[in-house]
Design a protein around this ligand. Structure first.
Ligand SMILES: [Cu+2]
Length: 438
């Protein structure tokens, strides 16, 4: 069993000894001026102008009902663009662009073959149009185009391909798309395979009659689930978007589900373990206090010996080297095809996801990271507490987990207890509290 000392040791390995303060402050590295003619041209374009082909897979909206009558299910995703200021690590706020007042946007979960009917509303209060490019579709975002302030637009398509797919604002017909996505307009669609997920087997060894033999431990498809969406913030000191920093990949903070260090212990857990809320058990606890409400950090509590399925999505424009310190990823699936079994780290490119199956074998504290040191130190560390390593007497399955780290239930989901946690407005937090019955 690992002790508090082990947690500190893990933290020490991760964070060296540089950070001893209880609150990390946001830092921004200096950005040299890059105002060359070429850069200016690219900026004026708003990034890229992509010529989209004609839509080929859209379901005409007036045919949805007859398709439902034939046995299809339709799932509605209703999004409202909302620009709001949201908190960042170290205090202060940034100018977030959101769908429905939350970052990331709501996770949509459907089954392969379902019709997804997406409606985007852009209120008159928005300063710019917005769009939505859903990677689960095979519809040109260019044909959907920009939805102007005061307008609502809908499209529908069949989720033909199982897997996990991002969706994101497409800006103003692709212009300023980088600003809108990196400021928060991104979400995830999980398309469960029609026949459900598959069991897997993890190798174990034993010694029998003087020889070492391999025995496989089988795990059923039913699993407890998490969703971890990685992204970066590129910010000016006033919280506005810094495109120059983005072009230089000069990250201000690395976020998981919108937060830098959002899933780490907090003051309540300090008190439980050390008897003192001010004695941090993890090196970086920037969202410590209960007064932070939906923003208070919360680690992920997991059972040992239980199948966990983690949907990892890279929403940003830097690679994610997904690794869990102290564990081996039992299986990695992409596009419903197994890519690896028993791998230490999986590299996920920009706008790419991976479904990671894992069983935590022993009680302890495990930290999921983007194993790029710049990302770890700027926010990409997520604490899993497996079993009851501190001997507090709880059953880990009874501990609540942050609502934004758990996707809606799907084909083979085991329900978990939830507590409201989100980078979202107070209004949205109240709605989520109702949704989860909290
Ligand atoms: Cu937008």
């Amino acid at each position: 069993m690992l002790s508090i000392a082990a947690v500190v040791a893990v933290a020490g390995i991760l964070f060296a000894s540089t950070y001893s303060q209880t609150q990390m402050t946001a830092t921004r590295l200096s950005v040299p001026s890059q105002d060359s003619d070429l850069n200016q041209q690219i900026r004026d374009m708003g990034g890229l102008q992509v010529q989209m082909p004609t839509a080929f897979a859209q379901v005409p909206l007036d045919q949805v009902d007859s398709m439902v009558a034939q046995g299809r299910h339709v799932v509605d995703l209703k999004l409202t663009a909302q620009s709001v200021d949201l908190p960042i690590m170290g205090g202060g706020t940034y100018h977030a662009m959101t769908f429905n007042g939350q970052v990331p946007a709501p996770t949509l979960r459907v089954t392969q073959g379902d019709i997804i009917r997406m409606t985007l509303t852009v209120p008159t209060t928005e300063a710019t149009p917005h769009g939505n490019d859903m990677h689960a579709s095979q519809i040109s975002a260019g044909n959907f185009g920009a939805v102007k302030p005061g307008e609502t637009k809908t499209y529908a398509y069949i989720a033909e391909v199982p897997g996990q797919f991002k969706y994101h604002c497409s800006g103003i017909n692709v212009a300023a798309m980088d600003q809108h996505v990196l400021s928060g307009m991104y979400g995830l669609t999980i398309v469960d395979p029609l026949n459900g997920y598959t069991p897997f087997a993890s190798p174990k060894t034993s010694a029998q009659n003087g020889q070492v033999v391999v025995n496989y431990q089988r795990y059923e498809p039913d699993a407890k689930e998490f969703v971890l969406e990685y992204n970066q913030l590129y910010l000016n000191a006033d919280g506005s978007y810094d495109q120059t920093a983005m072009f230089l990949h000069n990250t201000t903070q690395t976020v998981v589900n919108g937060f830098a260090f959002g899933y780490v212990p907090n003051a309540d857990i300090n008190k439980l373990i050390k008897g003192d809320p001010t004695k941090n058990i993890f090196v970086a606890q920037p969202w410590n206090d209960a007064s932070l409400k939906q923003y208070q950090s919360h680690p992920l509590f997991v059972d040992t010996g239980v199948h966990y399925r983690i949907f990892v999505e890279n929403q940003g424009n830097m690679p994610v080297f997904f690794h869990i310190v102290g564990e081996i990823l039992d299986r990695v699936t992409q596009g419903n095809r197994v890519q690896a079994q028993g791998t230490e780290t999986w590299n996920i490119g920009g706008s790419q996801g991976a479904t990671v199956d894992i069983v935590f074998d022993n009680p302890g504290v495990y930290v999921a990271v983007n194993h790029d040191y710049a990302a770890i130190f700027s926010g990409a560390a997520t604490v899993f507490v497996a079993g009851d390593p501190f001997n507090l007497g709880y059953h880990p399955g009874d501990m609540p987990n942050p609502s934004d780290a758990v996707p809606p239930l799907g084909k083979n989901s085991i329900p978990q207890k939830l507590v409201v946690h989100c980078l979202c407005t107070d209004d949205r937090a109240a709605e989520i509290a109702k949704e989860i019955g909290g």
